[in-house]
Design a protein around this ligand. Structure first.
Ligand code: 13P
Ligand code: SF4
Length: 353
């Protein structure tokens, strides 16, 4: 809607859409940045992919495509534009690079990490494979390329249960999100066990339980945002607003997901609010996404607990996005031997859908 508009028109369009969630004085400055980014994007033939957690003034203006991890991976696999600017976190930009080895992939902020991705290393996965020989490994896309390379198939919050079931295996190693593992286990009628980290090597192999019929073998990684939501939060909000519909991301604990009315990927939550007729929602996920939903659904009340923000997603600003296009930074590289193996795991996920 904003492409091809003057700065003044850009500002007006942004006020119309975003005045409820961004102060007007900020929109004046941001409109200039949006104008500059769209000019640079056209000049460079770039595509901008934006995750649903981007702040509203960015999310609603510069990305060509917005979505959850699965949608953005699919789009990254299809685009013919170059460079790809990824307004999201590092593991997402790496995914785009793995799928597009000949294109330049830019991540606007160097430090945009993820607590889940930081929770596990490639050596941890190799050790688990030694402990459980022959058991297929599924990793959530929230991990780095070298971890994906050790994996049979990746999944996202949108397709995790489908991917696990598609393997047709009694026992599956499911990494690294402890809570997503619990939620997928419930959905697929399995139990989760968590192997002890020590002792490693030969001792650990002997310690592996033998009877693993219909199990997931999990890992103690957690999202530093979603782990903070509690059942007490839900109870308190329901007490004040008995008609509230509670939506929880599957990175929340199993107790929180069970106490909620709906759980799904970020895009599924957005879609739910759009389609539902209920007047009021509580979103248990990153706070900026609540702002984005409010901007799109002015007739509905969206409650969110804004003490909880993702510091990594919040690293990505309009200024950084402009500078990424201006200075060609920060270029994502993945060593070719890792990329080829990680690509197999992503391709299998995209085939399953
Ligand atoms: P989605 O794939 O649901 O967008 O989740 C990504 C993420 O990092 C949530 O914290
Ligand atoms: Fe990672 Fe959690 Fe931030 Fe998503 S919200 S990027 S899982 S730390």
């Amino acid at each position: 809607m904003i492409r091809g508009a003057t700065i003044e028109e850009t500002y007006r369009l942004m006020v119309d859409k975003l005045a409820r969630v961004v102060p007007e004085v900020e929109l004046r400055i941001k409109a200039e940045l949006v104008f500059e980014i769209n000019r640079l994007k056209d000049e460079r033939g770039a595509i901008i992919l934006g995750h649903n957690y981007m702040e509203p003034a960015l999310y609603h203006t510069v990305p060509d495509v917005v979505g959850d991890s699965l949608e953005l991976s699919r789009k990254a696999a299809q685009t013919d534009r170059d460079p790809i600017v990824f307004c999201g976190v590092r593991f997402m930009a790496e995914t785009a690079k793995i799928l597009n080895p000949n294109k330049t992939v830019l991540l606007p902020a160097k430090k945009a990490g993820c607590s889940l991705a930081a929770s596990i290393t490639a050596e941890d996965v190799r050790e688990l494979k030694r402990q459980y020989p022959g058991v297929p490994v599924v990793t959530y896309v929230n991990c780095y390329a070298d971890v994906k390379a050790e994996t049979d198939v990746c999944c996202t919050s949108s397709n995790a249960a489908r991917v696990v079931e598609a393997l047709g295996s009694d026992c599956v190693i499911f990494l690294p999100d402890e809570y997503l593992a619990q939620n997928v286990a419930r959905e697929t009628g399995r139990r989760v066990i968590f192997p002890t980290r020590e002792p490693k090597s030969t001792g650990a192999r002997d310690a592996a339980p033998r009877n693993l019929h219909y199990h997931l073998i999990g890992w103690h990684g957690r999202c530093e945002v979603h782990e903070k939501f509690t059942v007490a939060d839900i109870v308190a909000v329901r007490k004040q607003f008995p008609d509230v519909v509670v939506l929880a991301h599957p990175e929340c604990s199993a107790e929180v997901v069970q106490a909620s009315d709906f759980s799904g990927s970020t895009s599924k939550m957005i879609e739910f609010v759009k389609k539902s007729k209920a007047p009021r929602y509580l979103l248990l996920t990153e706070c900026s996404m609540g702002d984005n939903i409010i901007a799109e659904n002015p007739d509905k009340e969206t409650l969110r607990l804004c003490s909880v923000r993702c510091p990594h997603m919040n690293e990505i600003t309009l200024e950084d996005t402009r500078d990424a296009l201006l200075h060609n930074r920060y270029v994502i590289e993945v060593p070719e031997d890792i990329r080829v193996r990680a690509r197999r795991a992503l391709d299998r996920m995209l085939e399953i859908g």
